[in-house]
Ligand binder design. Sequence first.
Ligand SMILES: [Zn+2]
Length: 486
Amino acid sequence: MVDEKRVLTPAEKAELRKKHSVCYICLQPLENYEAGEIEYDHIYNYADGYPQELSNFAPVHASDDPNKSDCHKYKGKKSPVEYREELRILKALKQITGLKDLCPKAVPSVYSIAKNSGAITINGTTLPLYNQRIGVRDNYYFFHEVEVKYIENDDEIQLRPLEPKVLPLIFNLKRSVQLLPTLGRLDAESKTIKIFDGQHKAVAQIVGNKRETIPCIVFVHPPVADIRVVIYEAHTDFVQQRYKKSHIDAKLADIYGQKIEAYRKQVGDPNALFTEVDILRGESKAEVRKFLLASVIAEIREARSFVRDYAAEDRLSQKRKPILWQSLERLIGRFCKLDAISKNSDDPENYRSEEVENVCFILDQIESLAIKGKWSADSSDSHLHKLSRTYFYKTAFNTWIEVLAEALKFAFEQKRGARIYEPICFQKEFSPETRARFIQIMQKLFEHPLWVQEPIQDEIAKANQDVVVGNVFKREGLDYIYLTKL
Ligand SMILES: [Zn+2]
C-alpha cells in the first residue's frame, strides 16, 4: 500500500523545477533559492486523498533566511492551492476600496422597452419587466445576470467603502450559493446600470469566483431621491453616521464575529468550539471589555426592540428616547460579565446566552415600570413624562442602577444562601421565583415616593454630579435595604 507520503528523487525534483519557474504559492521566482530552501508540496492535500503523482507536486519557497520567503511554513495546514487562492484574494483586495475600482466605468446598455411595458430588451436579451405599482406610480424592474462590463458604482447613491466582512463573504461564496441579488438602477441619462446596494456580494463574486456576470435586480429609471430615502429607511447601516456610538458598537460586534470565524478557520473546523479567552487573546483588558459590551448589545438587539426604541444614539434623539447611550452601556457593564470566559460556548457554566435572557428580563421591567405609559416625547409637559424623564437623567440613572444592582444581588444571595461572585445576569436563567422577587424590587424602586415630588424632580434635573442624587436618595431613604424589605 502506498500510504506513506511520496519522497521525490533528485531527478524528479529537477524535473519539477524545470516545469515551474516560480513558487506555486506566491508566484514569485525560485531563483537564488538553494535546494534546501525549496519544498516540493502536494498541490492538493495528500491527506485529503489526492494522488501521489508527480503532477500533483510543485516547488514552493521554504527558506529560514529572514530575507527570503517561507511560503511552505505560512500556509499551515492549508493545501498550497487553497493558500495560493487566499493570497491572490488578499492581494486583489488591497488594490480596491469598493466596487467602483473594479467597475470604474460601465459600457452603456442598449435597450428598449415594450409598448405595454411588459418586457425590456437589453443588450440583446429580452426579459420580463415587473411592476411594483404604488398608488398611481409604476415602478418597473427586471432581474438578470448582468455582465460585469455593464455595471458601475452609483455615485449619486454613494456606496460606502468595502468593509472587512468582505473577506469571509468571499470564502463563503466559494462554497455557498448567493441568496440575494445585487441592486441596481438603469439610469436614463447615462444608459448605464448603477449599483446602489449589495456591492460586497458583487465584489466577492468578481474577485473570489472571477464571475463575469452578477445576479441583479435592476430598477428602470427610478427617481434617485426616492431610492435614497428607501435605502436610508431600510438599512440604517447605510447611513453615514460613523460617529454614532451605537454604530461603533455594532461594528465591534461584527469584528468579534469575524474573530470567531478566523479562529475556526485556523483550527480547520467551521463548528469548532471556542472560548472567549481563545478569541480575545492578546487584547488589552479595555479592548476585551469593549468587544464584549458590543456583542452583548448586539445580542440584546436581536432579542428585543428595547435598544432601538429607547436608547438615544445621538444628541438629537435624546429628546425622543429616554435612555442615554452611555447609561445603556453602564447598565450592561453593571449586570453582565465583561471579562473573557475560559469555558466553551456549550459548557454548562458558560452563561452567555442565559445572561442575555436575564438582562432582557431586567430591561423588560424597566420598560414596563419606567417608560411604557409614562414617557411621551410628544406631550413633554405631562406629569407622567416628567416622571419618566426624571428616572433617566444621567445622574439619577447612575445612582439607581447602583442601588438596584446591590438590591438584586442581596436578594439573590439571600434566596440562595450563598454569596455570588459573578455579575447578577451571568447566572442560570432566572427562575420564576427569582423573577417575581426582582419585579417586586424594581416596583419599589420606581414607585418610591421621591420620584413624584416636584421639588425633588427639579433637584434631580439640576444635579450635575451623581453624588447630589446619591444624597437625595439617602435623605429620602431609598437604598437596597428599603428595596429588599419584604
Ligand atoms: Zn513563495
